[in-house]
Design a protein around this ligand. Structure first.
Ligand code: ZN
Ligand code: ZN
Ligand code: FE
Length: 765
């Protein structure tokens, strides 16, 4: 304070993602630059600043503050009010204040930054080769937080006291590790060790360098190694070693579902796949998701029957060290679990569950507070689309939903994720998984308990929203909660609402199209091909749908495309009676005839409008006659088949008032297939027919309800071919298409839509 100008002072309150992202040191440095005095501290609900000094410098400070904030920070509000100058002489960072109601966002886990990466491989740096290196710009956050506010004692690093050098960095506001909560070094921090299956019981020393070198060596020699990362254990092996990949499939009991790959760098990625600029951007983003890219070379067993690879770049320092120690440049990096179980993240659990799968475990000493899977992104459209929202994104705010009370939306039973709305901010949890599995259900309960505790929500104040399906685990759990009120939300309305909620367009009137596998309909039947009119604010009315089919065997039909085919074919005219579908070109197995018998018996036959099952039926007719080994497999197969062909007019499709009739489409498909037309061409023409049908139904509805926007959601619209066709055809009819971007179009986005509709219903009273 060298000027003679009288000092002025301001109190500033910053809310948003401002803890654990280097915000306080940033404020400190900014204050120093402008010659201002005062203090900054983490409050329970954001960051508080007292700033004083010369008026002009103070104005500049306030101007720059939001503009140059650290990359990982996200400011949702900045309140400035007058304050009295306290004649302070310097600027300091004060210890955190523990507020009664902590409402500060936790930042997601971030990939290692360039500065730390440089030090990691700098032979004279004291953190050279140290797998837990991090700073305020990078490293774990959500995966190590145990309570708020975000401070070292509230993380899984609490048990590692800082050495004098680390402490000096931690307390030096000019240092880039100033208040980096997970800061550590080889002298004071955790390490890694390698536990081999063949010497169980013996626990080697924590020697990161040795452990990583041995793991890399094992991987080169074709072994399967369990690798503890940020949000859990991966199972890794050399992706170019077919024997290793197939062994992993057998041991993990994962028949055909694609394995994700971690590649050493972008150059290696480009040798494997076509990587577009948008895909490169997604690959390099701090969230470091798995990005689906078109495969350019075959890798046996990695992604059977699938033209895409799920690629990711190394994100933990450990991954970089593994590659630098000679690990194979392309590694399978799949979740550490058996089959569809949730990923293992605790060491004892990993040793138990992975012991029959991995030849060795690379165990890190730092505990993981909660399981967080890798996120999955598709970046083929105009903007990246999130297919699985977890590490790097969760638990971020995905939308603003004004509500007079806190809302917890519990999602559905498959691909579960939950959403908590508090003070108008919708926090979406990480992907939790299939609640039919005990471990996922436990994680579901734990996630809810943690979210409520972290944000200081009293469960008795909650409005809890759940799916209308009375038998869903999530519905049963929701209704057992000690909530203020409980609301049931229709599945497909929630899908449509999720798109509008993430865009903040709660008042926009639209035609919403929800196509998926199954959801509980208002009439108790299985819906899955529905059209709605309305808005989130006023609610939706179902105004059209797919022509219904009778499905033999209920849920089992989802695993057997020929079973779905039997159901959909039964709705066609009797002219198909003479066709023997067990013979070429169809070659259906005997299950088809058994399904037909079930249909005529009428026992265990269910009415459905499921678009997912329609895709299954068509896939069966075009050659997918075996059972699926993972959800959505047949539909994905059909999409890829269609992608292999460009030509062909759309097959006929029936559009009547309120119905999209697929019967003419299916009949034409059968006739043309018998006539020798290639499956790829028919797959393409089926996609075109369905897109045309959707747009024609929507066009009529849009005119009737005087709206110009079409919302597409539900798992079926993860099909890029279909979504593109609908979007372009809708545009020619003056309709703008809105889709999910921030949350998945599949049931992973359901809870956001539930929360939005529940808030709106609450507002209507
Ligand atoms: Zn860093
Ligand atoms: Zn240290
Ligand atoms: Fe759904």
């Amino acid at each position: 304070m060298t000027t003679g100008e009288p000092a002025v002072a301001r109190r500033v309150h910053v809310s948003g993602t401002v803890q654990g992202v280097g915000f306080r040191p940033y404020v400190f440095r900014l204050a120093q630059t402008h010659g201002l005095a005062g203090w900054v501290c983490n409050g329970g609900d954001g960051v508080d600043i007292h700033i004083e000094g010369a008026g002009q410098a103070l104005e500049q400070f306030l101007h720059v503050l939001p503009a140059e904030a650290p990359l990982a920070a996200e400011i949702s509000a900045l309140e400035v009010c007058q304050a009295s100058p306290l004649a302070l002489q310097s600027f300091v960072i004060r210890p955190s204040v523990r507020a009664a109601v902590p409402i500060t966002r936790i930042a997601p886990d971030l990939a290692i930054c360039e500065a730390c990466l440089h030090e990691l491989f700098d032979a004279v740096d004291r953190r050279h080769g140290y797998p837990f290196i991090n700073c305020t710009d990078c490293g774990p956050r959500f995966s190590i937080v145990t309570a708020l506010p975000y401070d070292r004692p509230n993380t899984t690093m609490a048990e590692w006291p800082l050495c004098s050098l680390c402490a000096a960095e931690y307390h030096d506001p000019a240092n880039r590790r100033f208040h980096a909560q997970p800061v550590a070094c080889p002298d004071c921090g955790p390490g890694y060790r390698l536990v081999r299956r063949d010497c169980q019981g013996r626990r080697p020393r924590w020697d990161s360098g040795d452990a990583i070198a041995m793991a890399a060596d094992l991987l080169v020699r074709g072994a399967i190694v369990g690798v503890k990362g940020i949000g859990g254990y991966h199972l890794a092996c050399d992706a170019t070693n077919a024997a290793a990949v197939l062994t992993l499939r057998q041991r993990k009991v994962r028949e055909e579902k694609p394995f994700a790959l971690m590649v050493r760098d972008l150059e290696v990625a480009r040798q494997l796949a076509v990587v577009t600029p948008l895909e490169e951007e997604a690959l390099r983003s701090a969230a470091r998701p798995i990005v689906l890219c078109t495969a350019a070379v075959p890798l046996i067993g990695v992604a059977p029957d699938n033209p895409e690879f799920g690629l990711m770049l190394p994100y933990a320092p450990l991954h970089h060290l593994l590659f630098a120690s000679g690990a194979p440049p392309v590694m399978v990096m799949t979740s550490g679990n058996r089959s569809e179980e949730p990923i293992a993240f605790r060491d004892d659990d990993a040793e138990q569950r992975l012991c029959g799968i991995a030849d060795a475990l690379l165990v890190g000493e730092r505990a993981i507070a909660r399981r967080i899977d890798d996120s999955i992104v598709r970046a083929t459209g105009a903007a990246p689309m999130i297919l699985r929202r977890a590490r790097g994104y969760a638990p971020g705010v995905v939308a603003r939903i004004p509500s007079s009370r806190p809302i917890l939306a519990v999602g559905g039973d498959l691909k579960n994720a939950v959403t908590l709305v508090i003070d108008g901010q919708a926090y979406c949890s990480q992907h939790i998984g299939n609640l039919e599995q005990h471990e996922a259900l436990t994680a579901f309960r734990q996630t809810i308990a943690e979210l409520l505790a972290m944000y200081g929500v009293n469960p008795e104040q909650l409005l809890v929203a759940h799916d209308r399906h009375p038998q869903y685990r999530s519905s049963l759990e929701a209704r057992a909660m000690p909530a203020f009120a409980v609301a049931a939300v229709q599945h497909h309305q929630a899908h449509v609402a999720s798109v509008l909620a993430e865009r903040g367009e709660l008042d926009r009137e639209v035609i919403g199209v929800a196509f998926d596998g199954t959801g509980y309909g208002d009439d108790g039947t299985i819906w899955g091909g529905e059209f709605f009119a309305g808005s989130v604010r006023e609610g939706f009315q179902r105004v059209a749908g797919l022509h219904p089919a009778r499905l033999p065997g209920g849920d089992a039909a989802a695993r057997m495309p020929v079973q779905a085919a039997a159901g959909f074919l039964a709705a066609l005219e009797t002219s198909n009676n003479g066709i023997d579908f067990t013979r070429p070109p169809f070659g259906f197995p005997s299950r088809f005839s058994r399904s037909q018998a079930v249909l005529s018996s009428g026992v265990r036959v269910f009415t459905t409008t499921s678009a997912g099952r329609l895709f299954d039926a068509v896939a069966a007719l075009l050659g997918f006659v075996r059972p699926v080994t993972f959800e959505g497999q047949a539909a994905m197969w059909l999409e890829h088949l269609a992608g292999a062909c460009n030509g062909g007019e759309e097959l006929p499709v029936g559009v009547e008032c309120g119905t999209l009739d697929w019967r003419p489409t299916l009949q034409a498909l059968v006739d043309l297939r018998l006539g020798g037309v290639e499956p790829a061409e028919l797959a393409r023409r089926f996609h075109r027919a369905l897109a045309e049908g959707i747009v024609r139904v929507a066009e009529v509805l849009a005119a009737r309800h005087e709206v110009g926007e079409l919302v597409l959601s539900g798992g079926v619209f993860q099909n890029v071919q279909l979504t593109r066709l609908v979007t372009s055809r809708a545009a020619t009819r003056g309709l703008r298409v809105l889709t999910n971007l921030a949350v998945p179009a599949n049931d992973g986005g359901l809870s956001l839509g539930q929360a939005a509709l529940a808030a709106a219903a609450l507002g209507r009273g």
